[in-house]
Design a protein. Structure first.
Lengths: 809, 161
């Protein structure tokens, strides 16, 4: 056998996706398309009130309705356990009992008060109208500040407060920096320093994945198991949590996440609807399906963001930051979601961003309101942090009359300073902010756009131009288990993989991550093809079924490649190690003399070789193996990262503001991202594009709004503006590649980068266009009405605002 | 109940349906065309888009009885009999114009209609033409590129199929 030419490397290749064929031909396997013999369909009776005592429920008429096989109220589910929160951020965190179907009190609009099962979905929905629920209304709390300061009525009487927990990080106490309070106080009386104090509102957002949540439960699954299909990001966590909260033995549960239509953190939850579906199926002994309507998704599935950010930054007049204090009020909603309390805390390590800040303090107070609970949404804590610091950098630049890029340059970590331990205690392994920024400025044509901006200002053009900058980093690859332990998280952050070498040349790779659109099947195939030297087409990735992928921690926090992909690499390396022993035997050589490259084991200095596929077949037959060697190459690995990875980049946005209508149009958007080594540029660009869309949407379009009586007034796609193709620009994307030194592939994460970076870039751009009119801030989303109003108000009070640069145009 | 006769992807079906049944429910629940998906309840998202006598409709906004005597083409009827992808399907794959794939059936069917109406659309015309179909994953850039590729492919092939 002769060694053949090395095949082109798969890593780095823009492979089109293996996942596409069934999705573009309509042969998808989304949960709502699953139909089982004898299956009943569920519909939920939901609370129309935000806070009330349930005084009576009359289900008589509903039970008699055609096709209805059962009606359950909370009291008809004595087996139900409270839904668990897995992240007690402080030992004294207050957490109310969260029953899937409450028995006495409802705490937000849309809580389930009764469940109907019928032969058809239509019959179930018809019967919802026939359930008569009487409520006694209780006072409603929707104001975060009032919930925090104690002036609002207490929602959960047994807790005695609307404050769930306060979590604090102080670099002075942690020994990672100075005392921020002292630094800021000193700055206030120092003529060579300024103190910039701002309050920003991170509005509430709705994840708005395109597939509404759906669950099918077969209580009579194969092998005496309860088989549950669910539109979830977290089949493994769902299984464990169902055992812990509902007392169903873990081995009895098989969870399958089939095709899942997007998640963005929104399907990182153990939901009341899942538990209710399982309880009905088990009580009836028949399969049951529940699929929510879009209105139900909006009303009852968890939301994201929703914080008040009070920020105080001190700096010397040359732009050098001397201290930063972050005080957050975070809206948990009515209950604590699966990881809800920890979401704002994930941001705690990112407010210092790419800058060398000598003193830093972070405090977050989580409060309850009568709104649906909040939890992960793309970026989860880190977009809020990046928004805060990148807005503050522009505020600082404005106050000092400096160029916003220059202020950033003066503070950021230089590329030769890595690895760099930050004031928040993380060690950034690699990065090159200078290169990414230079590249972004080149694509953007920064100087030309600044010149045009000046011309438009001078001519009083109706269309004013603004330029916004965001030089961001994020921590991803969640997460080193020891770090999660130090934050009191209820689980680890490792990921598992196993590889099965089939006799026909197919390599089966089982991963514990759970894709729902990212393209992991394609990307992981590329990694394995390179590592084992097998054809891309021969790699089969299996996932999303706890009977197949028995061990895993699923997909969120840009962890799938940086943690799950590395577990695959580790498993592949074990396969190679096992195969090498057998190769030496078959080639009658010492193992020390065997080289492995491109799928072939060769005796060094000879042409004697054997392929890994040959060895897989040899283990299948088992005819000729060395003594004492197991007849298998199959291997498994668990990878627990030593560190996070830290993607970064520079995003620049040019926004045009129509000063007569307030309409904002993105003229140019440049995103230069450094996500380390790129496995597949097609997939990376796709993730960046989608992330940008969601971040831009936070800046300009989306807001979940509640009335004072707790009614969601943005409860459909009519009222909640998910942008369409006409609302978004064409993006210019490019990369710099600074390999992560924390994992053997040098990869970082990319799922959240676009969302994290883009919101402040857009907001900074819009403000840059209208500060000339005396506008200091515009709350998100920056709708035409708000922008127009800000221009009117700013113009009438021009000169009274300390942040303004120059007078009205 | 009303009796209807509908041709779906080349097969004729006769059914008794409730007058209130939506076309999308009919397709999914009665005909088994689960490739057509439901994403909202306000006719905003376009995930359920199919062709009714060749023109795109949101099948959540059409009653099954309104399809009586008409022809419906779903995503499942778009590829050739031998499995050959329609140029729009091929372009969505080539340009990475889908991620989770949930909006994709509707997005593809709308794009097919768009190109029938306007075989040589500008980027702005594509974006305007897809305004009624929401995608949460892609940020639309690759979808626009896919429609452009399909337009070129269809032009080369001598017009829309």
């Amino acid at each position: 056998m002769t060694t053949t030419e090395a095949p082109p490397a798969e890593i780095g290749r823009a492979r089109t996706r293996k996942e596409d064929q069934h999705l573009i031909t309509g042969h998808s396997t989304f949960t709502d398309s699953i139909v089982l013999p004898g299956m009943v369909h569920l519909a939920m009776v939901r609370s129309p009130l935000a806070h009330a005592t349930i005084t009576s429920i009359d289900t008589t008429a509903a039970r008699k309705a055609p096709g209805v096989v059962g009606v359950w109220t909370g009291r008809d589910f004595p087996e139900q356990g409270g839904l668990a929160c897995a992240w007690p951020i402080t030992p004294d965190m207050k957490s109310p009992v969260h029953l899937p179907v409450p028995t006495d009190t409802v705490n937000h609009v849309g809580e389930i008060v009764a469940v109907i099962a019928a032969r058809t979905k239509a019959e179930a929905v018809d019967a919802v109208e026939l359930v008569d629920v009487q409520y006694s209304e209780l006072p409603v709390v929707t104001d975060l500040a009032a919930a925090r300061d104690g002036s609002a009525p207490v929602i959960h009487g047994d807790l005695g407060t609307n404050v769930s927990a306060t979590w604090v990080f102080d670099s002075g106490e942690a020994g990672t920096g100075g005392n921020a309070s002292a630094a800021i106080e000193a700055a206030r009386s120092d003529p060579d320093q300024i103190v910039v104090e701002r309050t920003f509102r991170q509005q509430r957002l709705i994840p708005a994945y395109m597939e509404p949540r759906s669950t099918v439960c077969d209580p009579n699954g194969v092998g005496d198991q309860i088989t549950i299909w669910s539109a979830t990001q977290i089949p493994h966590i769902l299984r464990t949590m169902l055992t812990l909260s509902q007392g169903i033995p873990e081995g009895k549960l098989r969870i399958i996440a089939p095709d899942v239509g997007g998640g963005f953190g929104g399907k990182l939850e153990v939901t009341p609807e899942e538990v209710a579906t399982i309880m009905v199926a088990r009580q009836l002994g028949k399969p049951a399906k529940y699929t929510e309507t879009r209105s139900e998704t909006m009303m009852a599935a968890h939301h994201g963001r929703d914080q008040i950010q009070h920020l105080t930054l001190s700096a010397r007049k040359d732009g050098t930051i001397t201290g930063f204090d972050v005080d957050l009020t975070a809206n948990m909603g009515a209950y604590l979601a699966l990881v809800g309390p920890g979401v704002p805390i994930l941001g705690a390590f990112m407010y210092n961003a790419i800058y060398k800040i000598p003193a830093y303090r972070f405090s977050c107070t989580n409060v309850f309101t009568n709104e649906v609970m909040t939890d992960a949404y793309r970026g989860a804590g880190r977009p809020e942090a990046t928004f805060a610091i990148e807005r503050m950098m522009d505020e600082l630049a404005t106050e000092l009359g400096m160029d916003p890029i220059e202020v950033r340059r003066r503070n950021w970590i230089r590329h030769e300073e890595f690895p760099f331990t930050t004031v928040a205690g993380l060690t950034y392994d690699s990065g090159n902010y200078e290169e990414a920024t230079d590249k972004a400025l080149w694509h953007f044509g920064y100087d030309d756009l600044r010149a045009e901006q000046q011309r438009r200002r001078e001519s009083g053009d109706r269309i004013q131009l603004g330029i916004g900058t965001s030089t961001f980093t994020e921590m991803c690859g969640l997460a080193p288990s020891r770090v999660l332990g130090s934050l009191s998280y209820g689980a680890g952050g490792w990921e598992a993989a196993s590889i099965r070498m089939l006799p026909t040349g197919v390599v089966e790779v089982v991963t514990g991550i759970s894709p729902h659109g990212q393209g992991h099947v394609t990307g992981f195939s590329q990694i394995v093809a390179d590592r084992l030297g097998v054809p891309f087409e021969n790699v089969k990735i299996l996932h999303g079924d706890t009977n197949i992928s028995a061990k895993g921690l699923d997909t969120y926090g840009s962890r799938s490649l940086a943690v799950g992909g590395i577990a695959v690499v580790k498993a592949a390396d074990k396969v190679i190690a096992k195969a090498k022993t057998i190769a030496a035997h078959l080639l009658e050589a010492s193992e020390d003399d065997i080289d492995f490259a491109h799928g072939t084991f060769t005796v060094r200095g000879t042409e004697s070789s054997v392929t890994i596929g040959d060895i897989a077949l040899a283990t299948f037959t088992g005819h000729n193996l060395p003594d004492g060697v197991e007849s298998s190459l199959d291997s498994e690995a668990v990878f627990d990262p030593e560190n996070f990875s830290f993607p970064h980049g520079t995003h620049l946005c040019a926004a045009e503001v129509d000063t007569e209508t307030g309409k904002v149009t993105i003229r140019k958007y440049v995103a230069v991202d450094d996500v380390g080594v790129v496995i597949n540029p097609l997939l990376v660009d796709g993730q960046v594009h989608g992330g940008l869309a969601q971040g831009i949407a936070q800046a300009l379009y989306e807001e979940a709004q509640y009335s004072v009586d707790g009614q969601l007034t943005s409860g459909t796609f009519v009222d909640y503006l998910v942008p369409s193709a006409v609302d978004l620009p064409d993006y210019i994307t490019d990369k710099t590649i600074t390999p992560s030194t924390s994992n053997p592939l040098g990869v970082k994460g990319v799922g959240e980068a676009g969302t994290i970076a883009s919101t402040p870039a857009v907001v900074n751009a819009v403000l840059d266009a209208v500060r000339q009119f005396g506008v200091a801030d515009i709350p998100m989303p920056m709708t035409p009405a708000r922008v127009w109003q800000a221009i009117q108000d700013g113009s009438t009070t021009a000169g009274s605002n300390s942040s303004s640069m120059g007078g009205a145009a | 109940m009303a009796k209807i006769t509908v041709a779906v992807d080349g097969t004729t079906y006769q059914d008794e349906v409730e007058p209130r049944m939506l076309l999308v429910q009919y397709l999914r629940e009665k005909v088994g065309k689960t490739g057509t998906l439901i994403g909202c309840d306000t006719s905003n998202c376009g995930a359920c888009t199919v062709l009714l006598d060749g023109a795109s409709v949101k099948s959540c906004s059409v009653l099954a009885v309104q399809a009586d005597g008409h022809e419906v083409t779903t995503i499942e009827g778009l590829a050739g009999i031998n499995g050959e992808l329609h140029p729009v399907q091929q372009a969505f794959h080539d340009k990475h114009a889908l991620q989770c794939g949930y909006c994709t059936p509707g997005m593809i069917m709308r794009s097919v209609c768009l190109l029938n109406e306007n075989p040589h659309p500008t980027e702005a015309e594509i974006r305007e033409g897809l305004n009624g179909n929401l995608c949460r994953c892609t940020g639309y850039q690759n979808i626009v590129a896919a429609v452009q590729q399909a337009a070129d492919a269809l032009a080369t092939a001598g017009g829309a199929r």
